[in-house]
Design a protein around this ligand. Structure first.
Ligand SMILES: N[C@@H](CCC(=O)N[C@@H](CS)C(=O)NCC(=O)O)C(=O)O
Length: 218
C-alpha cells in the first residue's frame, strides 16, 4: 500500500489528499513524518525535510506535491484531473505554478513569523505585498468557474483551494483585511470552489488540523 507522509497543516499535503479523494483511491495510508521534518529519520526520507512524500509500492520515495499528482494521474487515469483540451491542460499547469511560486512561496516567511515572539513588521508587509502580486497573476489566469479552468475540477484546484485557504488564514492571523479584495476573479473562484464537496472535505481536514495544533500549543 502507498504511504503518504502527511500533515493536515500542509497545503501541499492537502493537494495530494484532494486528488486521492477525487479519484476515490482508498489504498493509501497517511503517515506522520517520524521524528519531525528535520529529524535524521525523516531527512533520510526527504533530504529537503518537507512534506508531502509519497512512498510508492516499489519503496521509491517521491517528493514534490505537483509531481505526486502527476504520478497519481498516471497510476489512476480515471476520473482524470487533466483536462481533455490541450490548452486547458496547459492553463491548469500554469495555475499550479502560480499557486506554488507566486503565492505559496511568499507564505513561508509568514509561517516563520507566526511561531516567533519577535515579529518583524517589514517581513510581514513584504510577504503580503508579494502575495498580492501573486494573486494578481492568478486573477489574470483564472477561467470562469466553478473550477479554475472551467466546469471540471483539475490539478489546479487541488493546488489552489488549500493554498487560498492558508492565505485567508494568515491574513486573519496578521490582521490583513480583505486579502482577495483587489482580485475579482480570485474572489469569484474562491466563493465558487470552496463550497464544492471535495473542497469542503479538504478544508475541513485543514481546519481540524489547525484547531488541534492551536489546542496543543495552549
Ligand atoms: N514544493 C514542495 C513544497 C512542500 C513544502 O514546502 N511543505 C511544507 C509544509 S506545508 C514543509 O514541509 N515545510 C517545512 C520546511 O520547509 O522546512 C511541494 O510541492 O511538495
Amino acid at each position: 500500500m502507498m504511504k503518504l507522509y502527511d500533515s493536515s497543516l500542509s497545503p501541499f499535503a492537502a493537494r495530494v489528499r484532494m486528488a486521492l479523494a477525487f479519484k476515490n483511491i482508498g489504498d493509501w495510508q497517511s503517515v506522520t513524518p517520524p521524528g519531525g521534518l528535520k529529524s535524521p529519520q525523516y531527512l533520510a526520507i526527504n533530504p529537503a525535510g518537507r512534506i508531502p512524500v509519497l512512498e510508492l509500492e516499489s519503496g521509491y520515495l517521491l517528493p514534490e506535491s505537483e509531481v505526486i499528482l502527476e504520478y497519481i494521474e498516471d497510476l489512476y487515469p480515471e476520473p482524470s484531473l487533466r483536462p481533455q483540451d490541450m490548452e486547458l491542460r496547459a492553463r491548469a499547469r500554469v495555475l499550479c505554478r502560480i499557486a506554488d511560486f507566486h503565492v505559496a512561496e511568499h507564505m513561508r516567511p509568514l509561517f516563520a513569523q507566526m511561531s516567533t515572539a519577535n515579529k518583524d513588521s517589514q517581513i510581514i508587509k513584504t510577504s503580503f505585498a508579494n502575495i498580492d502580486d501573486g494573486l494578481g497573476f492568478l486573477n489574470a489566469q483564472l477561467c470562469p468557474g466553478p473550477w479554475a479552468v472551467g466546469t471540471q475540477m483539475s490539478t489546479a484546484d487541488c493546488a489552489l483551494v488549500p493554498i487560498l485557504y492558508f492565505v485567508k488564514m494568515l491574513a486573519g492571523v496578521f490582521g490583513v483585511n480583505n486579502v482577495f479584495d483587489n482580485h475579482d476573479n480570485v474572489i469569484k473562484y474562491w466563493n465558487e470552489a470552496k463550497v464544492q464537496p471535495l473542497s469542503v472535505k479538504t478544508l475541513d481536514e485543514i481546519a481540524k488540523g489547525l484547531t488541534d495544533y492551536m489546542n496543543s500549543q495552549s
